[in-house]
Design a protein around this ligand. Structure first.
Ligand SMILES: N[C@@H](CCC(=O)N[C@@H](CS)C(=O)NCC(=O)O)C(=O)O
Length: 201
């Protein structure tokens, strides 16, 4: 069976669990406490030298790390990844945006505020996380104010990649009342067949 190394509160892990559920693929979850050194053990580093979840180990023993690479691997030749060079580029455009301009601010602020707590350094850095996270949400709001989904007007892995931390951004102190188009999109994503909530496994 496919194994998913995950950490319950992780949005990056949730992206993978959500897609696998929507594709009807069975998998076993291996829980790794990413906030308390679980990803830095020799055993885990042998699976992913980068020391981060999520990782999937396929039935042939091959491991794949990086949430968005895993999404791409499983989505190919499914309805979750539309065909064509331009559409592929658009999906990648949003997935790179997620990793560079969104996740480092929104996911990190949420992890600090809702999970690890704030020490002095984090308290000092939090306003910048909020400022940059709000800028990323502004980009999404503009796109979603006249499109139902991020790419090709249909639900794709670009939506999964960005849904993971956007729908819990309020846990990191982001005021989502400012983003009505994002809130409507969150409802549309939740209505997709096979949708499961964060924490489902
Ligand atoms: N770019 C990676 C980020 C993965 C990541 O940041 N994982 C966190 C949990 S959400 C982690 O494992 N942190 C533990 C550590 O860095 O030791 C992805 O998208 O998969």
């Amino acid at each position: 069976m496919i194994k998913l190394y995950n950490y319950g509160p992780s949005g990056n892990g949730y992206k993978v669990a959500l897609l696998l559920n929507q594709l009807g693929l069975t998998f076993e979850t291996v829980e790794v406490d990413a906030n308390h050194g679980g990803t830095r053990t020799p055993e885990f580093l042998a699976i992913n030298p980068a020391g981060k979840i999520p990782v999937v180990v396929l039935t042939n023993g091959v491991a794949i790390a990086e949430s968005n690479a895993i999404l791409w691997y499983f989505a190919e030749r499914t309805a979750h990844l539309p065909e064509g060079r331009l559409r592929h580029a658009r999906v990648l455009q949003w997935m790179f945006f997620e990793q560079y301009s969104h996740e480092p601010y929104i996911a990190v602020a949420r992890n600090w505020v809702a999970h690890t707590g704030l020490d002095e350094r984090r308290r000092r850095e939090l306003p910048e996380k909020h400022e940059r996270g709000l800028a990323a949400l502004g980009v999404m709001e503009r796109r979603l104010s006249d499109h139902p989904f991020l790419v090709a007007d249909r639900y794709t892995i670009a939506d999964i990649a960005l849904f993971a931390y956007t729908h819990v951004a309020h846990e990191g102190g982001f005021d989502m009342s400012r983003f009505p188009a994002i809130r409507a999109w969150i409802d549309r994503v939740r209505e997709q067949p096979g949708h499961v909530a964060l924490g489902h496994g």
